[in-house]
Design a protein around this ligand. Structure first.
Ligand code: UDP
Length: 261
């Protein structure tokens, strides 16, 4: 797969042009950032795990009829995707209150929400991705009411599916962020699920201990981020293809003297 010019570089991924028109190569970096880039690090192997986990989730969603930008994973760090025009809204779905929701509204951390909650944030790093109302989205032409209703329904379908998928492997899906993009084809516009779904963009807690298996390990300096992401991949039964995340160090051979007879 020939990689063309860099189209866009984000905090955790790079998008390159691909040889076929309308497609792109999405490259997963090892960079970890939090608090709008104020905290940065590089965690060797994170990109490889996110590439594989996101491929697994997006292709499972494809199988239940949710169209995504994913065409295929092409190597350890890259996926071939359909090139879409990203809608500048982050769609956050929450099942349990934590993170910014608890800070903003004084809700107790860990409160189980009666039904899933969706929030809209305007994708703009300079403004810290502010929370916006539906009316802002219509007023500024980021999406129409019909598009927003449709996307909201998709978000809840995705939540139902992912909650089940994670519950089956002993993980609580606390919250997550989705992005959607427009694909223009044959004078028609289609909206596809885009970006990634990984422990970088979800909060995942172990079902019995509430141990954090997501990017909060980095945000809150809990350590062992790679091990947590590996645990998610292992439980989803996709780790066996992942055994070269970190090079295995073999001990030095021990010299054994062989007595000559
Ligand atoms: N999230 C994300 N990218 C963002 C903001 C949030 O992937 O730019 C995810 C985050 O990982 C969590 C959910 O969206 O799973 C809700 O995040 P929250 O609003 O609580 O923000 P935070 O506490 O991370 O500032």
């Amino acid at each position: 797969m020939k990689k063309g010019k860099k189209l866009y570089e984000g905090k955790a991924k790079i998008l390159y042009a691909a040889s076929e028109k309308g497609t792109a190569i999405q490259h997963f970096k090892d960079d970890a950032t939090a608090f709008n880039n104020q905290k940065k690090s590089n965690i060797e192997g994170k990109g490889i795990l996110n590439n594989r986990i996101s491929e697994h989730i997006l292709s499972s969603l494809n199988q239940i009829g949710i169209e995504t930008h994913l065409i295929k994973r092409i190597n350890m760090r890259e996926q071939l995707v359909k090139l879409v025009e990203i809608i500048p809204i982050e769609f956050v779905v929450r099942n349990i209150a934590t993170g910014s929701l608890t800070k903003r509204l004084g809700i107790e951390d860990g409160t189980i929400l009666e039904k899933p909650l969706i929030e809209f944030c305007y994708k703009n790093d300079d403004l810290n991705d502010p929370l916006v109302a539906r009316e802002h989205i219509y007023s500024f032409g980021w999406a129409t009411a019909i598009e927003l209703d449709w996307i909201t329904k998709q978000c809840f379908r995705i939540n139902d599916f992912m909650q089940g998928m994670f519950k089956a492997v002993g993980i609580k899906l606390v919250d997550f962020k989705l992005e959607f993009g427009r694909l223009n084809k044959d004078e028609k516009t289609k909206i596809l699920l885009a970006d990634e779904i990984s422990p970088d963009t979800c909060r995942l807690w172990d079902a019995t201990s509430d141990k954090k298996l997501d990017k909060d390990r980095f945000r809150k300096d809990l350590g062992n981020l790679l091990e947590a992401y590996q645990e998610v991949a292992r439980r989803l039964d996709i780790l066996h293809e992942q055994n070269n995340v970190r090079p295995i160090k073999f001990p030095k051979p021990i010299a054994v003297k062989i007595k000559k007879k």
